[in-house]
Design a protein around this ligand. Structure first.
Ligand SMILES: *[C@@H]1O[C@H](CO)[C@@H](O)[C@H](O)[C@H]1NC(C)=O
Ligand SMILES: *[C@@H]1O[C@H](CO)[C@@H](O)[C@H](O)[C@H]1NC(C)=O
Ligand SMILES: *[C@@H]1O[C@H](CO)[C@@H](O)[C@H](O)[C@H]1NC(C)=O
Ligand SMILES: *[C@@H]1O[C@H](CO)[C@@H](O)[C@H](O)[C@H]1NC(C)=O
Ligand SMILES: *[C@@H]1O[C@H](CO)[C@@H](O)[C@H](O)[C@H]1NC(C)=O
Ligand SMILES: *[C@@H]1O[C@H](CO)[C@@H](O)[C@H](O)[C@H]1NC(C)=O
Ligand SMILES: *[C@@H]1O[C@H](CO)[C@@H](O)[C@H](O)[C@H]1NC(C)=O
Ligand SMILES: *[C@@H]1O[C@H](CO)[C@@H](O)[C@H](O)[C@H]1NC(C)=O
Length: 642
C-alpha cells in the first residue's frame, strides 16, 4: 500500500503516540498506586525508579512512621537529615553520650558524610539531568534497565570502609564495693546498613544487624558501606547492687579506628626497675633510624601516656581497653586531666644500647610490696588528640605487671646522672642519710666521676696516637678503652640493688651485719647462714657502707662481659684482668647473662638491662672469654674492689 505524505505522517504520529502512551504508563502507573497506598502526595516529583518503588511497597511492617524515600543512587542528604532521636555523626568527631541501663542510643553515619558533600551534589545533578532527559521522551534513550544498571554502577563505585569505635567512659558503680564482686556488664553495639532497620538494638530483626559486645569498655567494628550506616549502643539492665548510668564516647571514621586497642600485641612497655615507692618503665626504641633529623624530631615530643593501677584496686575492671575509661578511673595517669599525675613523670631519653629515642615513665609514691598494672596508650597517629584527628580517641596497648620492693626502703631508683648517664636502676640507699634520689645520685655519680679522672691520667701515658701497625690492637683504640672503662666503672661503683628478701640464686648478699635504715637487724641465724667473708659483710665499694649505710641488701652483679670488654679494649700495659668463671672470686663479683627464659629476671646488670619477659626480642651477646695476667699495679689502683 502506497501512503501519501500526509498519511505517512499520520501513521508515524499514531505509532509515536501509542509508544508514548506505553512509555507513560510503564513509567508512571506505579506512582499512582504508590500515592493511593500511602494516601499522601510524594515529597519529590522525580520518583521514577521502579525497583525502589517495588521495594518500598514491600516494606509493610509500618515501623517507619513517616515516608522517607530511600534510593540506590540518591542519598538522604537530598531529602532530609537524620530522623528524630537519631544522632548523626561526622568523620573523626567523637560524641559523648549517656545511656541509661536498659535503653539504646541510636546513631547514623550518613552516606553524604561518608562519601563527602561534593560527591552527593554531583550525584544529585546527575539525577536531575537524567530526569530532564526522561521528560523529553523523544530524545529518551535510557530504558529502565539501563538506569538500574547505572545506579548500581554508581553504588558499586561508591563503597568505603567505615570504622565505628566506642569507649565506655563511665559505668555504674557498686553501691557497696566490699560486697560486690562482679563487674558491671558491658555495653553492646548493634549495626545495620539496611533501611529496613534504622533502629538497631536488641528488639530489631536479628537478620538485619550485627551485634558486637564491648570488650573491657571498648568496641571496634568496620564494614564496607555503600549507604547510610545505622547503629545503636545498648546499655544492659544492671543488677541492683550497682548505681549510676553508662557514659560512652562514640566515633565513626573513614580513615581508621578513632579508638582502638590491641590485646594480642606484645607489651610495649619495659619495666626497668622499681624501688619501694616507685618504678621506672620505658618504651622500646621509637625508631630504628639513626638519622639525626629523625631521632632529634622524636626527642621533641612525648607520644605516649601511661596508666597505672594497684591490682588490688578494681576501679578499672571492665574498662582496660578504654582510653577515656582509664583516664577517669585509673589510679595514676599521665594524661593532663588524669588522677594523681604528680605520682608520675615522663620524659624522652636516649639511654640504653644504640642511643635511640625512647619514652620513660618514672613513678613515685607507690605502695611498697605491691603489684601494679601498667597500661601504655598513644593518642592519635602523631600524638595529638581530639576531634578531626584520625585515631584521636587513643590506642591502648597490652597491659603489663610490675611490683614494688619491700618497705625497708634501702633500694632507691636513681636516674639522669650527669656522668654515669646509662645508670637508671635501684641502688643501695638510706632515706635517713639522703633526703631524696637526686642527692643519692650525686653521691654515686661524683664518686664514679672521680675514679674516672684517675683513669684518664693513666690513659694519657698509653700510646694512642701511634701508627696503626704499632697500636696494641688493630680493632680497638683508646676511645674504645675509655668507653669500656666507663661502662664497667659505672656498673661496679653503682651496684644494682634488690631486696634482701629476694631469693634469686644469682643475687649476692651484701652488708649483712649492718642494721637497716629503720634500725632493724637481720636475725643472727640468717647472718650465720652466710660465709663470714667480706663479699657478704660489706658492699663492693666500702664507701657505700660508710656513707650511705643502707644495711643488708642483695646485689645484681655486673655482667662478666663488661669486664671482658674492658680487658679486650684497653692496652695490655694497663693490666686489667677478670676472674675466671668457676674460680675464686668470680661468683661474688660478676653475674652472667642467661640464655634460657629467665621470666623477666635481671640476672646481671648491664647498661639498659631491664625486666624483659619472654617473647620480647632481646639482644644477646655471646662472648669469647679470654683474659690475661694477674692483677697489676694499675688495675689494682683502678678497680674499687672486685
Ligand atoms: C576490617 O578491618 C580489618 C583489619 O583492620 C580488615 O582485615 C577487614 O578486611 C576489614 N573489614 C572490612 C569489611 O572492611
Ligand atoms: C530490662 O528491664 C526492663 C524494665 O525493668 C524490662 O522491661 C526489660 O525486659 C529488661 N530487659 C532485659 C533484657 O532483661
Ligand atoms: C634499641 O636499638 C639498639 C640498637 O639497634 C638495640 O641494641 C637495643 O636492644 C634496642 N633496645 C630496645 C629496648 O629495643
Ligand atoms: C596504697 O594502699 C592504700 C591502703 O591499702 C590504698 O588506699 C591506696 O590506694 C594505695 N595507693 C596506691 C598508689 O596504690
Ligand atoms: C597481672 O597480675 C594479675 C594478678 O596476678 C593477673 O591476673 C594479670 O593477668 C596480670 N597481667 C598481666 C598482663 O600479666
Ligand atoms: C633534694 O633535697 C635537696 C636538699 O634538701 C633539695 O635542695 C633538692 O631540691 C631536693 N631535690 C628534689 C628533686 O626534691
Ligand atoms: C677509634 O676508633 C673509632 C672507630 O672504631 C674512631 O671513630 C675513633 O675516632 C678512633 N679514636 C681515636 C682516638 O683514634
Ligand atoms: C659459683 O656458682 C656456681 C653456680 O651458681 C656453682 O656451681 C659454683 O660452685 C660456685 N663457685 C664457687 C667458687 O663458689
Amino acid at each position: 500500500m502506497q501512503l501519501s505524505p500526509l498519511q505517512s505522517r499520520l501513521a508515524a504520529s499514531v505509532i509515536a503516540t501509542c509508544l508514548l502512551a506505553l512509555f507513560y504508563f510503564a513509567l508512571f502507573t506505579p506512582h499512582f498506586a504508590l500515592a493511593v497506598h500511602l494516601e499522601q502526595t510524594l515529597p519529590v516529583p522525580f520518583l521514577v525508579d521502579d525497583l525502589d518503588v517495588a521495594l518500598r511497597l514491600d516494606d509493610k511492617d509500618g515501623s517507619t512512621p513517616q515516608y522517607e524515600p530511600d534510593f540506590l543512587a540518591f542519598d538522604r542528604s537530598i531529602i532530609g537529615r537524620a530522623p528524630p532521636g537519631v544522632t548523626s555523626l561526622v568523620n573523626n568527631a567523637p560524641v559523648p553520650m549517656n545511656v541509661i541501663a536498659g535503653t539504646t542510643q541510636l546513631f547514623v553515619f550518613e552516606a553524604s558524610t561518608i562519601f563527602g558533600e561534593s560527591a552527593s551534589l554531583e550525584l544529585r545533578t546527575d539525577n536531575k539531568r537524567s530526569q530532564e532527559a526522561e521528560f523529553e521522551h523523544s530524545k529518551a534513550t535510557d530504558t529502565a534497565d539501563e538506569r538500574t544498571v547505572q545506579a548500581e554502577e554508581v553504588m558499586r563505585r561508591r563503597t568505603k570502609t567505615v570504622y565505628i569505635s566506642a569507649n565506655t567512659c563511665e559505668q555504674p558503680q557498686p553501691i557497696d564495693p566490699s560486697k560486690t564482686t562482679e563487674n558491671p556488664p558491658q555495653l553492646t553495639l548493634f549495626v545495620s546498613t539496611s533501611f529496613k532497620n534504622r533502629s538497631p538494638g536488641p528488639l530489631a530483626d536479628p537478620n538485619t544487624q550485627h551485634v558486637v559486645e564491648f570488650t573491657e569498655g571498648a568496641v571496634m567494628y568496620n564494614l564496607t558501606a555503600s549507604s547510610d550506616v545505622y547503629f545503636g549502643i545498648h546499655a544492659p539492665n544492671v543488677s541492683r547492687s550497682f548505681s549510676g548510668t553508662y557514659n560512652f564516647q562514640v566515633a565513626t571514621s573513614t580513615d581508621g579506628w578513632f579508638h582502638s586497642f590491641d590485646p594480642d600485641a606484645e607489651a610495649d612497655l619495659i619495666w626497668v626497675d622499681s624501688d619501694s615507692q616507685g618504678a621506672l618503665l620505658i618504651t622500646p626504641n621509637l625508631t630504628i633510624s639513626t638519622d639525626p633529623s629523625v631521632t632529634d624530631a622524636l626527642m621533641q615530643k612525648e607520644p605516649y601516656v601511661m596508666f597505672a593501677q594497684n591490682i588490688q584496686d578494681r576501679s578499672i575492671n571492665g574498662l582496660r581497653y578504654s582510653y577515656c575509661g582509664l583516664s577517669n578511673y585509673a589510679q595514676i595517669a599521665t594524661t593532663k586531666n588524669g588522677k594523681f599525675t604528680n605520682l608520675v613523670s615522663t620524659s624522652m631519653t636516649r639511654r640504653g644500647p644504640g642511643g635511640l629515642p625512647k619514652q620513660q615513665f618514672y613513678f613515685s609514691g607507690l605502695n611498697s610490696s605491691s603489684t601494679y598494672e601498667g597500661i601504655l596508650a598513644r593518642i592519635g597517629r602523631s600524638g595529638q588528640s581530639g576531634t578531626d584527628v584520625p585515631g584521636g580517641g587513643g590506642h591502648i596497648f597490652r597491659a603489663m605487671n610490675f611490683t614494688t620492693k619491700s618497705d625497708h626502703g634501702n633500694c632507691q631508683i636513681i636516674l639522669n646522672l650527669p656522668f654515669c648517664d646509662q645508670v637508671a636502676y635501684s641502688v643501695p640507699a638510706n632515706p635517713t642519710k639522703f633526703a631524696n634520689a637526686t642527692l643519692l645520685a650525686q653521691f654515686y655519680d661524683s664518686y664514679a666521676s672521680s675514679m674516672f679522672d684517675n683513669f684518664k691520667k693513666v690513659l694519657q701515658q698509653i700510646p694512642c696516637e701511634v701508627p696503626a701497625s704499632q697500636r696494641y690492637s688493630l680493632a680497638r683504640n683508646c676511645t674504645d678503652c675509655e668507653a669500656a672503662y666507663k661502662t664497667w666503672l659505672c656498673s661496679v661503683t653503682i651496684p644494682r640493688c634488690e631486696d634482701f628478701s629476694s631469693t634469686g640464686a644469682f643475687l649476692q648478699p651484701r652488708n649483712i651485719k649492718q642494721p637497716f635504715p629503720n634500725g632493724e637487724v637481720l636475725d643472727a641465724e640468717i647472718v650465720a647462714s652466710f660465709p663470714d667473708e667480706k663479699a657478704y659483710t660489706s658492699s663492693r665499694n666500702p664507701r657505700i657502707d660508710e656513707v650511705v649505710q643502707p644495711g643488708p641488701y642483695k646485689e645484681v652483679l655486673p655482667c662478666d662481659d663488661l669486664c671482658y670488654n674492658l680487658v679486650q679494649s684497653c692496652h695490655p700495659a694497663m693490666q686489667f684482668s677478670c676472674p675466671l668463671p668457676g674460680k675464686l672470686g668470680f661468683n661474688t663479683s660478676y653475674g652472667r647473662r642467661t640464655e634460657e627464659d629467665d621470666d623477666g629476671q635481671v640476672t646481671c646488670n648491664y647498661p639498659g638491662s631491664a625486666h624483659v619477659f619472654s617473647g620480647v626480642g632481646r639482644a644477646r651477646i655471646s662472648w669469647v672469654l679470654w683474659f690475661m695476667g694477674t692483677f697489676g699495679a694499675v688495675a689494682a689502683s683502678l678497680l674499687p674492689q672486685l
